[in-house]
Ligand binder design. Structure first.
Ligand code: SAM
Length: 236
């Protein structure tokens, strides 16, 4: 089967792959993303990494039926262990939580040599990735937020550079909400943060009712600070 059409989410991810790249798609599942990128002539070749047996079989089947075995190498392994240092120029990790994506990057940091661009699409917890990028000298170069099937997704694109450059103006808000996304303030962004604000306020109320312990106090202060930051950005 040829993959000419993808979910809106994965198509947006593919849109950030530099032309002619050698790609690693980690947690590739059906390998839809590398197959699409090959069919569209975006990439030279790819490694599709999968840790689980079922998705690995789906990826192998997809690559075989698309006639792309010569160009897409499906490999079993945890995170970046499927690639050699210097083997790929661009890495996509999509459809997982931000904590898992950050831990894949952290555990595989020795494999990032030669990688010029990371395209990361967390389903939740994007702030976690923004922190990892800064701590590891990657500069966030652009972001996108989109809605598909009533779910809101963020895409973070990073290259080696000046990690603090995007956060020079409003640091806390930038890490939480995305320095590019908060400048653009799209309808999806406003919808996401209106919902998050409600959610944070609900939790704060529950914590207020739960009483006063040292660990709750820290959590409450963090929530109060996030609420102020988000309200500040939404009101501007
Ligand atoms: N990337 C595809 C997408 O965005 O549609 C698939 C997303 S799917 C929800 C997440 C995939 O990541 C699963 O197939 C899972 O087996 C795989 N995965 C989770 N942890 C992984 C890891 N540490 N290394 C490689 N693959 C992993």
């Amino acid at each position: 089967m040829n993959i000419d059409k993808l979910s809106h989410r994965l198509e947006a991810v593919a849109g950030y792959i530099p032309p002619n790249s050698i790609l690693a798609d980690i947690g590739s599942d059906h390998a839809y993303l590398p197959c699409y990128a090959m069919n569209k002539g975006i990439i030279q070749r790819a490694v599709a990494g999968e840790v689980s047996e079922g998705p690995l079989r789906s990826a192998l089947k997809q690559v075989q039926s698309a006639g792309l075995k010569e160009y897409i190498d499906v490999r079993k392994g945890d995170g970046l262990e499927v690639i050699k240092p210097g083997e790929v120029e661009c890495i996509t990790i999509a459809g997982m939580g931000g904590t898992l994506i950050s831990s894949i990057l952290e555990r595989g940091s020795s494999k990032l040599q030669g990688v010029k661009r990371l395209i990361l699409q967390p389903n939740i917890g994007a702030a976690n990735i923004r922190n990892w990028l800064v701590e590891n000298s990657w500069e966030l170069v652009t972001e996108e937020i989109l809605e598909e099937d009533q779910k809101i997704y963020e895409i973070l694109v990073a290259e080696r550079g000046e990690p603090m450059k995007p956060y020079q103006v409003e640091k806390e808000a930038g890490f939480l909400m995305g320095p590019f996304l908060m400048k653009e303030k799209s309808d999806v962004f406003l919808k996401k943060w209106a919902m998050e604000l409600e959610h944070m306020k609900r939790i704060l109320l529950q914590l207020d009712q739960a009483g006063e312990t040292e660990s709750l106090k820290g959590k409450k202060e963090e929530l109060q600070s996030h609420i102020l930051v988000v309200e500040g950005v939404l009101q501007k």
